[in-house]
Design a protein around this ligand. Structure first.
Ligand code: ADP
Ligand code: ZN
Length: 434
């Protein structure tokens, strides 16, 4: 079967597996020969590159972690000589651990191709204009979107994040059809477009948002305020080139990922064994052709699950679900492990509150307290706030087994972000603080 894509590959399962096996063998050999740190790790686990003869042998390889990246600062796990490095990027350091990653020209070209695939899967054409409202510089986001957009052949408007007035001016003057931003930034922009009555003056049809989790509710809110045709979730991380490790397609049922560029395993973070197909676990990534900093079973700490079956869009590449959160986000509250995403999931059930929420953790008299602040939707009256607060906190108690104090506030009152939103404010003690 052939697909009609320019950048998206058309591979049978056999072809894909052959690419994965070749890439896996190459990667292990390349890392072993190029990086003393990788060589030590592999030696310690008793694996030699020649031992990898089939795909299932991946499970004999040791994991690589954020700690390995930190230990080798500033050039961790680099497996090529220095003159082959053409660029570095650093992660945004959301969890306080900034990582620096080095790229060869081939790495940049692979990434450019990955990002072009994303625009293709979102159904863009060369006539599209793409406002790129994410961070430039050390961060991978801006430059990644731009590389891919230009390679794809659409028009890049590299505005960067922030500055709402400027964003709105460009949306009206240049008539971009697609916006790339975080979901938080998109929400803020959509509220502003609404407030200023600009919807008829702009031509936005599609929105691509990544870098942070968002709920279906948040997305629906943005889509309807901006009357969008489509919005897409895009996954990515600095360690695996940057944004664009996969992309949601027009069917909106999970994200296709580039299985010819990396192998994705989903493991149980406690037993470190693969979870059953379709179960949620930690995403573990092994790159297949990455030169600068190859990844061998890199524990991303991001949680997701694979989606079985083929997709009606016709693309035969496998899919994973949206990223539900990261294991670093886990809150330990009175002995219970909670992910902010669980709270967001419960708020989804209540149509009277918006998608925005904040979790406040405090310690008083030796006890931990959790307060959850949510916004009432603008069409809802404040009369029932108290009743609603009780309903929501009861639901949280039933589902997550913790007692919370719930506060409902006016729409638009929680802090808005032009980057990644901070959902948890932990004031308990310094080591709990992000
Ligand atoms: P960090 O935030 O760890 O400093 P990056 O700036 O490279 O590093 O961001 C990558 C991280 O952002 C991912 O590991 C993931 O937790 C989060 N992320 C990226 N894209 C998405 C997405 N589409 N949905 C949810 N989370 C995402
Ligand atoms: Zn699809």
């Amino acid at each position: 079967m052939s697909n009609n894509f320019r950048f998206l590959p058309d591979l049978s399962t056999d072809q894909l597996e052959a690419i994965q096996l070749d890439g896996l063998k190459w990667t292990v050999k390349h890392a072993y020969n190029g990086s003393p740190a990788y060589r030590d790790k592999l030696d310690q686990s008793g694996v030699e590159p020649g031992d990898i003869r089939e795909l299932s042998h991946i499970e004999s390889l040791p994991f690589t972690t954020v700690e390995d990246l930190r230990l080798g600062y500033p050039f961790p796990l680099v497996s090529v000589s220095q003159e082959q490095i053409v660029r570095i990027h650093a992660s945004s350091g959301t969890t306080g651990k900034r990582k620096i990653l080095a790229y060869t020209q081939n790495d940049i070209d692979t990434w450019k191709n990955m990002m072009a695939r994303c625009f293709e899967l979102a159904g863009l054409t060369r006539h599209d204009r793409v406002q790129i409202a994410v961070g430039y510089g050390l961060w991978t986001a801006g430059v990644g979107f731009q590389l891919g957009c230009e390679h794809f052949g659409a028009m890049a408007v590299p505005i960067g994040p922030g500055n709402l007035d400027f964003q709105l001016q460009f949306l009206t003057d240049l008539q971009p059809t697609c916006l790339c931003s975080t979901a938080s930034m998109a929400l803020l922009l959509s509220e502003q477009v609404n407030k200023m009555g600009l919807r008829d003056k702009i031509k936005l049809k599609k929105l691509i948002f990544g870098a942070e989790p968002h709920t279906p509710k948040m997305r629906k809110q943005i889509e309807s305020t901006l009357s969008l045709e489509h919005s897409f979730d895009i996954p990515g991380m600095t360690e695996v080139y940057g944004p664009g490790t996969g992309m949601e397609c027009l069917e909106h049922s999970g994200m296709h990922y580039w299985a010819d560029i990396f192998i994705l395993e989903i493991i149980d973070p406690v037993t470190l064994k693969p979870v059953p197909p379709g179960a949620t676990g930690e995403m573990v990534i092994t790159t297949l052709s990455k030169e600068g900093v190859p990844l061998i079973r890199y524990r991303t700490r991001d949680l997701s699950r694979t989606i079985d079956g083929s997709c009606p869009c016709g693309l035969e590449l496998p899919r994973h679900d949206r990223i539900l959160g990261r294991s670093d986000d886990m809150i330990i509250f009175r002995g219970v492990n909670i992910y902010p995403g669980q709270i967001a999931g419960i708020l989804e059930e209540f149509s009277d509150v918006s998608s925005e929420y904040q979790i406040l953790l405090k310690r008083e008299g030796g006890l931990d307290f959790m307060k959850i602040i949510v916004e009432r939707r603008d069409i809802v009256s404040s009369e029932n706030d108290q009743q609603l607060a009780v309903l929501i906190s009861d639901r949280i108690r039933k589902k997550v087994m913790v007692r919370t104090q719930l506060e409902i506030i006016d729409p638009g009152k929680l802090p808005r972000s032009m980057g990644k939103s901070k959902r948890v404010v932990d004031e308990r003690n310094p080591e709990h603080q992000a």
